[in-house]
Ligand binder design. Structure first.
Ligand code: ZN
Length: 440
């Protein structure tokens, strides 16, 4: 019998598939990676399915269900995307698709986003298959395509076209969270891990202004460009009020307590002061305490002496849990007259319970491996595939565990250069994940 690959070599192999997600028709590497996973699982005696949209057979997903020993328990979903954002090799100090081991790190595009989770999950599945062990509850694992665009070929499509694959599933774990990192507290170093239990909603806007076109030397009232620029100015500079969701409040209170920082969450100034005092440990709280409306795309005109009749813009809009009605009510006045708007993306915020057995089991698993780690909940500023899976009523958490490297190495390079994870963090993360999946 062939020797079973360990988590490091599983990750190295995954990193060597170039699964770059450039555009809908330009992501052929996903199929090769999905087929490799599919065949590995079949070889281990599991029954995975390989699925892709009919119009895009390259954009492949793999889903496998491991039946639990207690059919009365609700199922758990584990999801990991196989695609990665592009890498510019000339800026890297190693091959982004080499999967090399360098100075105690596993290196490559996707090492922390999020082939690490795919590798750890595969390691657990292969271990169960060879030992005959089974989880208590059904565990459904989805290795998906296309997270780095919008999941139209991955999570979103699976949820729409194949909800039956997730029947009976009540909770899910996936991207972003569960990483133990060292922070400086009032009484010395504190090892802290944040489990994501929510995400801001995504409500991207497309603005369209129309006006009369003509010769630019004879301007008239009603310019499409000016109407659009005025709207962008109002929206982009709008000072959204603080809106503290119970999740972010819990995050700040618990993080402050762990670090010995005085939290003052009674008024806006106090909240901002608290976030500032927490520094890195506050993560993205500065953004998740309020909405953001960020103009990103502007299109108008083609020649300097011609007034265009059409001007368009796109705005990245993020909304904290519980603020959606207020945000939607404010938009018409901010956009103003002469400009129409529609939502190009409209995905509600995500919020999962932080006071129940799922969350407790994640905390217990982290502390099983690192007993002195403090675990707090948190909210993501952007979105992940959790948005799609939560449409099925699944309580989604960001939980891709990793332990702190004893020599201070850190995971780094997310969507940037030299992406890498410490070998020790990956192996520790596997221990946490295996404990969670076996005991939850
Ligand atoms: Zn990702």
């Amino acid at each position: 019998m062939a020797e079973r690959p360990d988590v490091v070599s599983l990750l190295q192999t995954l990193l060597r598939f170039d699964t770059t997600n450039r555009a809908p028709g330009d992501a052929e590497g996903e199929l090769a990676a999905a087929m490799w996973i599919h065949d590995l699982l079949v070889g281990a005696g599991l029954e995975p399915v390989l699925l892709a949209r009919e119009d895009a057979p390259d954009r492949a997903n793999v889903v496998v269900r491991v039946p639990g020993t207690d059919p009365s328990l609700e199922g758990l979903l584990v999801h990991a995307h196989l695609d990665v954002v592009p890498a510019e090799p000339e800026q890297w100090s190693f091959d982004p698709f080499g999967g090399d081991l360098v100075d105690g790190y596993v290196t490559g595009r996707g090492a922390m986003d999020m082939k690490d989770m795919a590798a750890m999950t595969l390691a657990v599945l292969l271990d169960w298959a060879s030992s005959g062990e089974r989880p208590r509850r059904d565990v459904v694992v989805a290795f998906v395509a296309d997270e780095e665009t919008d999941g139209a070929y991955g999570a979103q499509w699976l949820v729409e076209a194949h909800p039956e694959l997730f029947a009976g599933v009540a909770a899910g774990i996936g991207e972003s969270g569960g990483v133990v990192e060292s922070h400086v507290g009032a009484g010395g170093p504190v090892r802290l891990a944040r489990i994501a239990a929510g995400e801001r909603g995504t409500l991207h806007l497309k603005l369209t202004a129309t006006g009369s076109s003509g010769h630019a030397s004879r301007p008239t009232e009603g310019s499409a460009v000016l109407a659009l620029v005025d709207a962008l100015h109002r929206i982009g500079h709008h000072d959204w009020p603080l809106h503290m969701s119970p999740l972010v409040r819990a995050q700040l209170e618990q993080t402050a307590a762990a670090l010995g920082v005085d939290a003052d969450l009674d008024d806006d100034d106090g909240v901002l002061r608290t976030i500032d005092a927490l520094g890195d440990a506050a993560d993205v709280a500065l953004f998740t305490v309020r909405a953001s409306t960020t103009p990103t795309v502007v299109r108008a005109g083609y020649k300097v002496n011609v007034i265009p009749g059409l001007a368009e813009a796109e705005i990245d809009v993020r909304c904290p849990p519980g603020f959606e009605d207020e945000l939607l009510a404010a938009l018409p006045e901010l956009v103003g007259d002469g400009v129409t708007f529609e939502h190009s993306v409209r995905e509600p915020s995500v919020q999962a319970p932080i006071d129940g057995p799922w969350f407790d089991a994640m905390v217990a698993s982290i502390q099983h491996v690192d007993p002195s780690a403090v675990v707090v909940p948190g909210c993501l500023g952007g979105g992940t595939d959790a948005k799609a899976f939560s449409l099925l009523g699944i309580a989604c958490y960001g939980f891709v565990p990793a332990t702190a490297d004893p020599e201070g190495r850190r995971r780094s390079g997310l969507h940037g250069v030299d992406e890498r994870v410490p070998v020790s963090s990956l192996c520790g993360g596997l221990e946490i994940l295996a404990h969670f999946l076996a005991t939850v």
